[in-house]
Design a protein around this ligand. Structure first.
Ligand code: HEM
Length: 488
């Protein structure tokens, strides 16, 4: 067996890096943020265009950037140091290449990441009239992506810009430190011939639980729900700390990481990366929560929201408990006790049930999961540290989620989740309906709009309209650091 296959076949115990030369080489050459999220609250996603640059200029730029790039080992050791000493791990820099970078670098076809969706690009995939997936001989709904003319008009996704060739992700502990890092990166970019197409900045939102939980506050998204709790884990150290009686978060790294086709070293690895800027209409979402609750006399809008997302705002799974539990958000649950599509405690169309059905015999389903590493963007009204969003602060635009996820196969993981699950009203059962917040389709009948309240055993029809719009994005590959350093 090749050493890399061996490493990727089961969760990695990274602390053994000093016992195993292949593991040391792997962790030093793999970029940060893949094995584990970087956890910083401030980011800048800097999009670059290489138009007009020579191959040598691009290769030289990537070589210089390789020295700023954070490795998995740097990140994990810094996180450990922070735990032990309280000294911040500081800046993280990751480099992502889009298909255009490989073309402009003149990389041999066999050394270009082979994923067909990556090679086609997100814009082309988003226009397909239907999708097919491996081993399933039926057409699935289109991704339904908004046309780029409806994306952001300024910044990286302005129509005047070409598709990005690369993206730099810079993450740090404060907005000021991210700005200082942008300045440092800019010094490397200056004179290289590349063009900065624009920057999307990420700003995490946090809220403290009513009791217990993370003293810094849990990460929440703009509709007000704890986000990022459920993750496939592929570090043994993370798994040691995670309860797993009802749902196993244990995954082989090969579901998220693959050999870098450049094969610069025996263990050089990378990961496909999906980036989507998803604007959230908070006002519409919150109004619909109220309207849905109004269909069921006496229902608390919090509960209506939990039916839409599948978890209460504090992360408590609605299929497991009828009330928010506070504390550390539970992730050790499944839907075994909730199998009846017409009378489910957690509706089958709820966002988390659609995107991870958690079936026991679900190896095929589990193979769709991605390592989500998103961060919210946009500012909200000032509020005391750790407090909830005030009720009069319900933006309709300019806030949302920079959805980011690593995976080994863009079509079979991200696109499958969006098309065959979220956009498909017949998944998991006939007449389930589409995923209310993220579906990109209006393809539904009144049977798809049925909701059931398990506490009163009543049914009602309600058309929960989408509140999330695509404002930009692309498919990338996070190559090995050795590829960045050596070039094609
Ligand atoms: C603005 C858009 C989105 C919002 C507001 C949102 C919100 C959430 C929330 C609140 C959770 C529960 C917390 C957790 O389990 O980590 C969650 C989980 C999840 N979301 Fe999203 N999400 C968005 C977009 C997407 C997209 C585009 C996808 C994939 C196509 C996706 C896939 C998932 C998955 C796989 C989970 C974990 C489910 C589980 O393991 O139980 N989300 N999301």
């Amino acid at each position: 067996m090749f050493k890399l296959d061996d490493i990727l076949s089961k969760p990695v115990r990274w602390r053994d890096w000093d016992q195993n030369a292949s593991l040391l080489a792997f962790l030093s050459d793999l970029q940060a943020n893949i094995l584990k999220g970087h956890g910083r609250d401030h980011t800048a996603n800097i999009f670059l265009g290489f138009g007009g640059m020579s191959r040598d200029q691009i290769a030289e730029l990537l070589r210089r950037l390789s020295f700023l790039t954070t490795s998995a080992l740097d990140q994990l050791r810094a996180a450990e140091a922070f735990k032990l000493t309280g000294v911040s791990g500081g800046r993280i820099v990751c480099v992502f290449l889009a298909r255009g970078a490989y073309a402009k670098l003149g990389v041999d076809d066999g050394k270009v990441p082979g994923d067909a969706a990556f090679r086609a690009g997100m814009r082309a995939r988003g226009k397909l009239p239907s999708l097919r997936f491996k081993g399933i001989p039926v057409d699935f709904p289109p991704l339904g992506d908004a046309d780029p003319s409806q994306w952001d008009h300024g910044g990286p996704w302005s129509q005047a810009n070409p598709e990005p060739d690369a993206m730099l992700l810079v993450a740090d502990d404060s907005a000021e430190m991210v700005d200082a890092s942008i300045f440092a990166v800019q010094r490397v970019l200056n004179g290289s011939g590349c063009r900065v197409l624009g920057i999307d900045k990420g700003l995490a939102q946090r809220r403290r639980q009513s009791s217990g939980g993370n003293p810094k506050g849990e990460g929440i998204e703009h509709f007000g729900y704890v986000d990022g709790r459920s993750q496939p884990l592929f570090l043994e150290e993370d798994l040691d700390a995670e309860p797993h009686a009802r749902w196993s978060p244990r995954f082989a790294p090969s579901q998220f990481i693959q050999a870098d086709p450049s094969h610069c070293t025996e263990v050089a690895s990378g990961s496909y990366f999906v980036y989507r800027k998803l604007e959230q209409n908070v006002k519409r979402f919150k109004a619909q929560e109220l309207e849905l609750a109004g269909k069921f006399p006496g229902m608390d809008p919090e509960r209506a929201g939990a039916m839409v997302i599948g978890r209460f705002e504090d992360g408590t799974p609605v299929g497991l408990l009828a009330e928010p539990a506070g504390g550390d958000p539970i992730n050790d649950f499944n839907y075994d006790g909730d199998p009846n599509p017409a009378a489910a405690r957690c509706p089958f169309k709820a966002h988390v049930r659609k995107t991870n059905p958690r079936s026991h015999d679900g190896e095929a389903e589990r193979s769709r999961l991605m390592a989500r590493r998103g961060i919210t963007y946009g500012h909200r009204a000032k509020r005391p540290n750790g407090a909830d969003f005030p009720e009069d602060d319900r933006p309709e635009r300019d806030v949302g989620l920079l959805f980011m996820a690593y995976m080994a196969d863009i079509s079979e993981q991200f696109e499958f989740t969006q098309s065959a699950w979220a956009n498909n009203p017949e998944f998991q059962h006939e007449n389930t309906g589409v995923d209310p917040p993220i579906a990109q389709t209006r393809n539904r009948t009144s049977a798809h709009m049925m909701w059931h309240d398990a506490s009163t055993k009543r049914d009602a029809e309600y058309d929960f309209a989408p509140c999330v719009s695509l404002k930009g994005g692309d498919y990338f590959f996070a190559p090995s650091i050795s590829f960045l350093q050596r070039g094609p």
